[in-house]
Design a protein around this ligand. Structure first.
Ligand code: NDP
Length: 453
């Protein structure tokens, strides 16, 4: 049977674009891709990239004071959201153009419209045309969800933040995960009065307890009204603002409410179940270790599979798919020991097991140190503390986890992640000469465990 394409990719985000262009570019496969929104997907258009630029923007507010302590005669004025947003939009246009060109240069045919699945080898485009392909790759990502409370439609989600006409004076952020905690820091840094509600005991559930406690403390020290054990019950319009009734009975009006209460895989109306693809309870595409669905010709990668919702992981899954299907080299994406950064303020970089998760698995030694960074200590004022922490197996001496909170923690964990992925022992860390004077040197100079189990 002959097909229009060897591969039809649905969704031009990080994972889909990488799979499409590598399949076409490296193997000469005939590839098409469909995208209903903008090329680049969540990460480039409404996620990691604009968020990180907003993190940078929010950091300048305190720099004037610090610079003055270092002898500079400077004054930081006000932040202009419209000026920043204009520049941000131009940057996103530029990046989208790069993604389009990458596809064009690999001879991937682009369809700027929605595609749904008709059968194991056929997709239908929004204009009604159908295309056949030997393989279909679903890489449609996910989208933010609002909780099921009255008036939820009055709240924004992360996608809306980048399109705001003006900066609000006050915001309520609902949720204590990556997105909520990152944007609490961003808005606070931009001079917005921030309240954050988290329904549990401590934000950033699943991460190392000591690390997330430090982040929560420093967020509060920086002026964020972070409240735990609380949730929204009802939202009502109140003039131009939103009146929020909370589970503790309190009623407050905020300029904006932002829900950062998790994301849902984009599988609604895709026709996947009708053709035999299995979906899980959240609507995620169920795949095996090779990203293959219950229909052998259909694969899925990235957030739509709800494995690990991170761009570099989606890219790895896309590469492994091409290796398996187009290069005859069956390859499973490796989901073990993934380093990651959370761009809270202070930032966290983490890889491997938290102290709590390691402790239930085997006897461990915990090495940790906390100190104020040299640059900010010199300036005086309220310097945020740094935390460096290693979790070490007593039996094998392997470093099971590394957790860093502080400036450039994301940059540091990428490097430490190599050692941890290689199975480095505590003694390997000890044998490495410190780079002085840096904050990172503390990771190789901790000599005595602070706790053992
Ligand atoms: P998360 O799952 O990380 O966090 C969702 C938060 O909302 C949790 O605190 C959760 O509470 C809370 N929540 C969920 N449902 C409700 C509800 N009905 N009412 C009140 N609170 C609720 O999701 P995010 O949206 O923050 O991020 C999605 C994913 O995107 C992340 O898991 C991450 O993989 C990725 N991401 C990565 C980034 C990075 O690498 N820096 C940045 C941003 C996103 P509870 O803990 O109790 O479940």
């Amino acid at each position: 049977m002959s097909f229009d394409y060897d591969l039809f990719v649905i969704g031009a985000g990080s994972g889909g674009v990488r799979a499409a262009r590598v399949a076409a570019g490296d193997t000469g496969a005939k590839v098409a891709i469909a995208e209903e929104s903008r090329y680049g997907g969540t990460c480039v258009i409404r996620g990691c990239v604009p968020k990180k630029l907003m993190v940078f923007a929010s950091g300048y507010g305190t720099m004037g004071e610090e610079a003055r302590a270092y002898g500079w005669d400077v004054q930081i004025g006000n932040f202009s959201w419209p000026a920043f947003r204009e520049k941000l939009e131009a940057e996103l246009d530029r990046l989208e153009g790069i993604y389009q060109r990458l596809l064009d240069n690999s001879a991937v045919e682009r369809f700027a419209q929605r595609a749904t699945v008709v059968d194991a080898h056929t997709v239908r485009l929004a204009d009604g045309t159908t295309k056949t392909a030997k393989h279909i790759l679903v890489a449609t990502g996910g989208r933010p969800v609002r909780p099921d409370v009255p008036g939820a439609e009055l709240g924004m989600v992360s996608d809306d933040i980048f399109h705001m006409a003006e900066m609000p004076k006050s915001v309520l952020i609902v949720g204590g995960g990556y997105i909520g905690s990152e944007f609490a820091g961003v808005f606070n840094g931009l001079g917005v009065k921030v309240t954050q509600f988290y329904r549990g005991l401590q934000i950033l559930r699943g991460f190392d307890e000591e690390a997330r406690s430090l982040i929560a403390d420093e967020m509060r020290n920086a002026g964020i009204d972070l409240q735990t054990g609380i949730d929204v019950q009802r939202l009502e319009a109140d003039g131009a603002g939103v009146k929020v009734t909370a589970t503790d009975g309190s009623v407050t009006t905020f300029d904006k409410v932002i829900f950062a209460t998790g994301r849902k895989p984009n599988t609604d109306g895709m026709g996947l179940e009708d053709v035999g693809v299995k979906l899980g309870s959240k609507g995620e595409v169920v795949v095996d270790e090779y990203s293959q669905t219950a229909v052998p010709s259909i694969y899925a990668i990235g957030d739509v599979t709800d494995r690990v919702q991170l761009t570099p992981v989606a890219i790895r899954e896309g590469m492994a798919f091409v290796e398996t299907v187009f290069k005859g080299n069956p390859t499973k994406p490796d989901h073990d020991l993934i380093p990651t950064a959370i761009f809270t303020q202070p930032e966290m970089g983490t890889v491997g097991l938290s102290e709590e998760d390691a402790r239930v698995k085997e006897p461990i030694e915990v090495y940790a140190t906390s100190f104020k960074p040299m640059q900010q200590s010199f300036a005086g004022g309220a310097a945020q503390k740094i935390l460096m922490k290693l979790i070490v197996s007593k039996a094998t001496r392997t470093v099971l986890g590394c957790h860093i909170v502080g400036p450039s923690a994301g940059e540091m964990i990428q490097m430490a992640g190599i050692a941890v992925k290689m199975g480095a022992t505590k003694e390997d860390f000890d044998r490495t000469v410190a780079v002085h004077p840096t904050a990172a040197e503390e990771i190789v100079t901790m000599r005595t465990p602070v706790r053992t189990t």
